[in-house]
Design a binder for this molecule. Structure first.
Ligand SMILES: [Zn+2]
Length: 453
């Protein structure tokens, strides 16, 4: 009697063990990551990219802010290398190849938008996310068709073909598209850049998009697919932004998260601080610093959501470094961030209003610099040649800011992470690895993950 009871009991127990894999709460196989920790797939990923933001840019932002940045306090703080696919001597990437690496996990040539070195399309993490029923969004301060957002939702071997990129992005059905670049969506008859006479804003509306152009309209948006184009070209630098007209990157990020998180299958969101790069190409330190801080405000929005949600991974990184920025220079043991407080306008905007008659007054008013006679003569001469180089030299020397280049460099960029799976980013890695780990953590590559026994 006792024996057969035991046999029955062990039969039931075996059945329970055998059937247990079928009683899991989600569709994914429970997985082990490389560190051996058991983990279930991450529901949401927010990837924030500071375009051109090297480690010195982070230092600059922190010093100018006067306290730690939000990204400084993320528990995983590492570095990432950025080179493109090797083509002869190339170490220095552009945003297209670097973005492609982050979006697809593959190296490609500079100028290529999510196509491989043979110009074959590479599936992006945004497209993989859509296939799994997740909501997806792209937010930037550049034109939405610029390289970094483009690599997530289009495929083309020429980053400058922004009109075609705009078409691909709309037809892809990305739930949230917020940034600048109206001109790529409008025909030339409406001051756009399209000579095919297409009105993509109209087409987007037909495809179910709500279309908006102002900060007020963004505030009002409640649900559904949204296309927000807040400027004809790039959005303004933070230092120049009309705070009632254009939303901040943080405000766009807040809205994107609130729209995307309404769906229960999770979301993938890319947020780009796109103009850190432009200010660094221009070697304009105060404008660079304020755009880094504005990007960090968007990081805070993502972290606040993730802390509450507990199923969201936040990754902060850059596509490459721009400018070879140095905090200090000219052989001097000092740095004077207080000089930045005097600057009221970006050098780009200032150069548009300067002429030989107003420059002394404008430079004093907008940059807080009284000029010596020698400086004044130099600037007058350069303005005739449409150059503002002497002004830049004074600005950088006053604040003791060094720049090695007006282009990108191959130096490592920061890589920070918070949330489930963040420990996977705690060592130095290549940009392609960041994509591969994101894809794994989303549970898209089931066969490479081991079952927990
Ligand atoms: Zn650049």
């Amino acid at each position: 009697m006792i024996n057969s009871k035991n046999r029955l009991l062990s039969l039931i127990l075996s059945l329970v063990i055998l059937l247990s894999p079928f009683f899991q709460t989600n569709n994914f196989v429970i997985a082990k990551d490389v560190s051996g920790n058991s983990t279930k797939p991450v529901k949401n990923i927010i990837l924030l990219i500071g375009d051109g933001m090297g480690t010195s840019h982070v230092t600059l932002g922190r010093i100018v802010k006067g306290s730690n940045l939000h990204m400084d306090l993320m528990p995983v703080n590492s570095t990432m290398s950025t080179h493109p696919a090797f083509q002869a001597e190339k170490w220095v990437t552009d945003s297209a190849a670097a973005g492609t690496a982050l979006a697809t996990g593959s190296k490609t040539y500079n100028g290529y938008i999510s196509v491989d070195t043979n110009k074959k399309p590479l599936e992006t993490i945004l497209e993989k996310s859509q296939k799994q029923g997740k909501s997806v969004g792209l937010v930037t301060t550049t034109r939405i068709t610029h390289a970094t957002p483009a690599v997530f939702a289009s495929h083309i071997s020429d980053r400058d073909a922004e009109n075609q990129i705009a078409e691909q992005m709309i037809s892809k059905g990305v739930n949230v598209l917020l940034g600048g670049g109206r001109r790529q969506f409008l025909p030339s008859s409406q001051s756009g850049k399209r000579d095919d006479n297409k009105d993509l804003i109209d087409e987007a509306k037909k495809l179910g998009y709500q279309y908006i152009e102002t900060r007020q309209e963004l505030n009002k948006a409640k649900s559904g697919k949204i296309l927000g184009l807040f400027n004809m070209t790039h959005m303004d630098y933070e230092i120049d932004r009309d705070k009632y007209k254009e939303p901040s990157l943080a405000e766009m990020t807040t809205k994107a998260i609130s729209l995307l998180s309404k769906e229960d299958k999770g979301f993938f969101l890319m947020v780009e601080g796109g103009r850190i790069d432009h200010a660094s190409h221009a070697n304009d330190p105060a404008t660079t610093a304020l755009d880094v801080i504005a990007f960090d405000d968007a990081v805070k929005v993502a972290l606040d959501f993730a802390k509450n949600d507990k199923d969201t991974l936040v990754i902060v990184t850059a596509d490459h470094e721009t400018g070879g920025l140095a905090i200090g220079g000219y052989g001097i043991y000092d740095f004077k961030p207080e000089e930045f407080k005097k600057q009221k306008i970006s050098l780009e905007k200032l150069s548009n209003i300067l002429d030989e008659n107003n420059y002394e007054k404008e430079i004093k008013e907008k940059l807080g610099i009284p000029l010596t006679l020698e400086e004044s003569n130099k600037i007058k001469k350069s303005l005739k040649e449409k150059s503002i180089e002497p002004i830049l030299n004074i600005l950088n020397k006053n604040s003791i800011t060094g720049w090695a280049s007006t282009a990108h460099t191959a130096t490592d960029v920061p890589l920070m992470a918070y949330g489930p799976g963040s420990e996977r980013f705690s060592v130095h890695m290549d940009n392609t690895d960041v994509n591969k780990i994101m894809v794994q953590l989303f549970g898209f590559m089931k066969k490479t993950l081991k079952k927990v026994s």
